[in-house]
Design a protein around this ligand. Sequence first.
Ligand code: FDA
Length: 303
Amino acid sequence: MRWFLLWCAQNKWLSAHVPTWGFAKRAVRRFLPGEDFDSALREAVEFKKQGVGALFTRLGENLTALDEAGAVVQHYEEVLAASAEVGAEISVKPTQLGLDIDPAAALANLARLARAAAAANSFLWIDMEGSAYTDATIQLYTRLRADHPNTGICLQAYLHRTAADILKLLPRRPAIRLVKGAYAESAEIAYQAKRDVDANYLALCVLMLAEVKHKSLRLVLGTHDVELIGRVWRFGQALGLERSQIEVNMLYGIRTDEQLKLSKEGYVVRDLIAYGDAWYAWYLRRLAERPANVLFVARQLIG
Ligand code: FDA
């Protein structure tokens, strides 16, 4: 089921048609407060009242024209200016900023966003896409981080290479959001079994926690796996870390009760709120993460 849903995520015919179907629009609302930024901002205001921060992302990927990427940058500049009061951060996909067309232009776009984020006292995160982009994305981040300390990168625990990538990045005092990984990757390069991905996730965190203690790394756990977060915390505790030094990010609409609970326990928690009309591939990846979500879609079809 997971592979089938991830195949659907890449299918051009489906991506052109599914977003026009009413039941699909209703189903996606579970993970998306709305297609416009104002809906996302309203949710961020509500989360802030409960001690949970926000991370905004406008959906879209694999843009084919640089002027579209320029419009994305302009949009995020407006978002950063408008969301200073909620202390939100932003997270962007390199292919939404032109990586497929011109890596130098994508870097220039990232630098422009990093400057806008700094002016708004905010932070710019770079999402990690499929493995075809891992090298290019790490290169972009390495060059960006040299001039912009308020930037971070997402790395994926399912890839065999990630420990080596972390070791290369650590001397640069990076910010790393560690996720399990959402794309279909082969067994040659990625762990396939959930227990192996989870074990690697924990091992990578253990590798990084000492750097968190020395304040040379900002580590964010991008996962809804609260049991795993608990295991990471026990290692952090043994090193003498405070809960407030462990950051957790989860997606809007998933385990909201746990987000509030973790925040009350003292973790720094942010809710990643996505918005925009280009939700098809992103939504299919959410279904693939938990195929039981497909039943929810089926209910929208009937109801
Ligand atoms: P796991 O899949 O083990 O889920 C743990 C529990 O969480 C499940 O038992 C279920 O209860 C709940 N859950 C998880 N996913 C759910 C869903 N879709 N619907 C309902 N419940 C669900 N990936 C990537 O490749 N590049 C990226 O840049 C990012 N960025 C990113 C940012 C943030 C803040 C998060 C939380 C995640 C990402 N991801 C990502 C996605 C990530 O790689 C992964 O696919 C999902 O987080 C699902 O894995 P979990 O870590 O939640 O664990």
